[in-house]
Structures are given as C-alpha cells and as structure tokens.
Design a protein around this ligand. Structure first.
Ligand SMILES: [Mn+2]
Length: 302
C-alpha cells in the first residue's frame, strides 16, 4: 500500500530549457508510456493525472535568451516555475504530487510548493550537486543550479518565482549519490554546511546505513520531498540522461533507497526528472524510474 494513503497527483512539466542537451522535454511522455499511472495504482494508491504544465518551446523564444554564458532561458524558466506552483497549489491539501520532468529546474516549482504547505525536508538524489550559481556555473544551464536557488543563492528572477517559502534552511536538505561537483559547488557545500552523502559514502557504509543517516538528519521535519534525478543511477542501467556520470547507483541500491524512504512514512512529494528519451534505449530509463516511483510509494515484495 501507499504508506501515506494519500492520493497521488501526477503533473508533467515538459521543459528542456534548463538543460544543455535537448529532448528531456519528452520525459513526461516517456514516463507515462512506461505505465506510470498503472504501476502506481498497483501500490494501492488512487492516481489522478493532471496533464502537463504549459512550457515555452525553445524555437519560439529569442535566440539571445539561450546564449551560452548567460543564465540561459531564465525568464521562461521563472514563468514555468510560477505556473508549476499554481498548478500544484490547486491540488487538495492531502495530495501527494508526482512531478514529471523535464530537466531538474522543474523542481524549483515542486520544492517551493511543498515548502509553502509546511516545512519540508528535501532528499536531492542526484549524481550532481545542482548547486551552481549564475556567477560560477560553467554552462549557464539552469538545471545545474536549482538546489542553489532553493537555498537562496542565484538569479533574482528565479528566486522571486520560487516565492516566499524559499530559501530552504541548509539543515533541511540532504544530497545522496553525488559523484560530480564543480569547484563553486564544493565551496557552497562548505559554506552552508550542507549534508552530502556521496557515492563513496555508499561504497564504504552501504546504502542502508547512508539512507538511515539521511532520514535521521531530517528527523526534525514532518514532510519529506524526494527529488530523483535519473542520472543518479548508473548509466549502464539508465542511459537516457543528458549528463551521465559513471559509477552510479545499482538497480538494487536504488530500490532499497526508495523502500527505506517509503517505510519512513513522511513522503509528501516526488519529482522524476532528467529522463531523456532521445538518448535512451527502448525507454529503459523511464521504465526504471517508474519502478522506483512505485517503490517509494510503498510497493512491497511481500
Ligand atoms: Mn539534477
């Protein structure tokens, strides 16, 4: 059963404006095709799909907004963040949103929304830190910056789009599965005292101990938001991502992490992001993300 017994509300945000490689806007379709709704219903949950948030198409935007070096497409991403928050705000209080990306900048809207509903602990499960700021970003791609913005560092337009529930407090955030950080990101981790559980931690202590310490670190909050980036998985398992990094979570590690979060019982929202069908092999990445979604919603073997 779905441990929260709360209805699951699916919302797609088909946005690739924050990514360096195109195609991740097709993520919501790929996840739906991989039987997302039916698989979630198998956990005993009621599932409602609200369709997609409207997102500007790159070809309709002035080319100048996509110039490398600038914060690429910042205005369109800010507008999409506001639309995502509005769509989520229209859901009932007991709804558990399942947000389908899109690149990881879609989580600006979902995490800000959850924080508006109450103090929220965020599990950012990702190969990367997503902690770049416009000043130190090597690419200008916003999908490398959402967590920095959720912590109050970055472009004013994006910060304003997140609303007043942001910034999050650093002690309310835990990163898991990280194996690639830029120098500016490492600096911000130190400055804010962020808790980062890297792949080395998982290798040394085992996934179960790492998951326990993540949940323990967030013991002070009642709501837990899981932002799951497909690139945390090993690329052999999930090849359909724009920024693959070798040495990721195995299939069983990823499921165990989801199962332990489900058992915790505080899950209040889920993001499934960075699935890029144009780089995938027969929709494998979307399929494994759907299975993981079912695990975190309480799918049990027995
Ligand atoms: Mn990410």
């Amino acid at each position: 059963m779905n441990p929260t017994r709360r209805p699951l509300h699916v919302l797609g945000v088909p946005m690739d404006l924050g990514a360096g490689r195109r195609g991740v806007d097709m993520g919501p379709s790929a996840l739906r095709l991989a039987r997302l709704a039916d698989t979630l219903r198998d956990t005993g949950a009621r599932v409602v799909d609200h369709g997609n948030v409207e997102v500007p198409v790159v070809e309709t935007l002035p080319a100048s907004q996509g110039t490398p070096g600038a914060v690429r497409f910042v205005e369109a991403i800010a507008a999409t963040t506001i639309r995502t928050r509005e769509a989520l705000a229209s859901l009932a209080d007991d709804a558990t949103p399942v947000l389908l990306g899109g690149d990881h900048s879609v989580s600006l809207g979902s995490v800000a929304h959850s924080s508006e509903r109450g103090r929220t602990g965020v599990l950012w499960i990702d190969a990367h830190g997503d902690l770049n700021t416009p000043e130190n970003s090597p690419s200008g791609n916003v999908h490398g910056m959402p967590l920095a913005h959720l912590l109050g560092r970055g472009d004013e337009r994006l910060l304003a789009a997140c609303g007043e529930a942001v910034p999050l407090r650093p002690e309310d955030v835990v990163l898991i599965g990280v194996r690639s950080l830029d120098p500016g990101e490492r600096q911000l981790v130190g400055q804010l005292g962020l808790r980062v559980l890297t792949m080395s931690d998982i290798d040394q202590r085992g996934l179960s101990a790492v998951a326990d310490s993540a949940l323990e670190a967030l013991a002070h909050v009642e709501r837990l938001h899981v932002s799951l980036d497909a690139d945390v998985l090993d690329p052999a398992l999930a090849p359909g991502v724009g920024t693959p990094v070798v040495g990721g979570l195995t299939y069983r590690e990823a499921h165990l992490l989801m199962e332990l979060i489900a058992l915790d019982g505080r899950l209040s929202g889920l993001d499934l992001v960075e699935v890029n069908p144009t780089l995938d092999a027969q929709n494998r990445t979307a399929s494994v993300m759907v299975e993981l979604a079912a695990s975190v919603m309480g799918k049990r073997i027995l």
